[in-house]
Design a protein around this ligand. Structure first.
Ligand SMILES: [Zn+2]
Length: 372
């Protein structure tokens, strides 16, 4: 294992932060897998999965079974991890600016297109390398304005030349689910199966520019720009894994998830060995635009009518909002038949508060598909 330290742009005097990356297997010799955890900082289930993955990687490296370089970043956001408000860790947004740490990663397709014009040919593997080295130059040239940008740049530099990128997160209260690009779903499907994901959400461009999306979009945008003139692969299979809810921290669940990721990497040939038989996919993938989002229409006590992770039918009651001054309850029901894959952890709501989401097979939303 090779350890590297990546210093971030220092925000204030005496607050120098860095990212630690661990590089296992054949470092810098070709194919690469990149795994990071807790980009939203307060995502401890993901951090524990990464911690247990480390034990696997150490043992596999010792046994000489790593075929590709595997990079592990167990703490992807040391900035967010230092944000405590009145005793509570608050890692999703940069407190100074309100920016979500997993939005607006840049897609440098125009810049890269200018660099590679004339260098592309008919060899798809060579084109992949040409694009990656131009991408690297763009990231090297990028001068971030602040610590937030410096964090984005550091993570993209670590991930941009990986064949597979696993971005490990968790939600508020949730069942196991994944987000990925439509164009790489065939590559991600075995991971969903091994993880036992209840829901796999697909989008082409959610307009949120999360880490996984920005990495996938670079390739699809270049494919669009060069429109069949040159073969351009989907060079990065990137996926966001939501390791259930924030309080689902246990050795049992984390070990189950770490073992599933190892099986996926064996299945892909990144780790030598015979992969476990592929379990069935729990539910077919659904469009992200098909998820129904529920909001409170009034203030009150939020009472859940079904457990998170439930299969629900159209018309089924999901939430009651109870007015504590009158006792009147307003019931909110699903229009979708699907899985209540995530919900908020709050139990008192006010008008406009988001409550949760149910997957659905038919697109019902357009525009920005990712919330804050
Ligand atoms: Zn997250």
């Amino acid at each position: 294992m090779e350890h590297r330290e990546h210093v971030l742009l220092q925000a204030t005097h005496g607050s120098r932060r860095h990212i630690d990356s661990e590089h296992y297997g054949p470092v810098g010799q070709g194919r690469k897998i990149y795994i990071q955890a807790a980009l939203h900082a307060d995502e401890i289930p993901a951090m524990l999965v990464a911690t247990l993955l480390r034990r696997h990687l150490v043992a596999l490296e010792k046994a000489n079974r790593l075929q590709h370089e595997i990079v592990l970043v167990a703490v992807a956001n040391p900035v967010g991890l230092s944000q405590y408000v009145m005793g509570a860790l608050s890692g999703r947004f940069e407190l100074g600016s309100g920016r979500n740490y997993n939005r607006n990663f840049p897609v440098h397709h125009q810049q890269i297109a200018r660099k590679i014009e004339g260098a592309l040919g008919q060899d798809i593997d060579r084109n992949r390398e040409v694009i990656r080295s131009a991408w690297r130059e763009c990231l090297d040239d990028w001068q971030p304005m602040d610590e937030y940008g410096s964090l984005q740049r550091t993570l993209m530099l670590l991930a941009h030349d990986a064949d597979v990128v696993l971005d490990l997160h968790c939600s508020r209260e949730a069942s196991m689910h994944v987000y990925t690009g439509e164009e790489v779903w065939a590559d991600v499907e075995p991971l969903s199966r091994y993880l036992g994901a209840e829901v796999s959400l697909l989008a082409k461009d959610s307009e949120g520019y999360s880490f996984d999306e920005a990495l996938c979009l670079l390739w699809t945008r270049l494919q669009g720009l060069f429109d069949g003139a040159f073969p351009i692969p989907n060079g990065t299979v990137a996926v966001t894994v939501e390791h259930r809810g924030q309080r689902d921290v246990s050795y049992e669940l984390a070990e189950q998830d770490a073992a599933a990721i190892i099986e996926f990497l064996i299945h892909r040939g990144a780790i030598e060995g015979q992969p476990a038989p592929l379990p069935a996919l729990r539910n077919p993938a659904t469009p992200l635009s098909g998820s129904e989002q529920f909001y409170a229409g009034s203030a009150g006590i939020l009472v859940h009518r079904v457990p998170v992770g439930s299969q629900v039918q159209a018309g089924q009651a999901l939430f009651d909002i109870v007015d504590p001054t009158t006792g009147e309850a307003t019931t909110i029901s699903s229009h979708n038949t699907g899985v209540l894959y995530m919900r908020r952890e709050i139990r008192y709501v006010k008008p406009g508060d988001p409550l949760g989401r149910v997957s659905g097979p038919v697109p019902i939303r357009t525009g920005k598909l990712l919330g804050a």
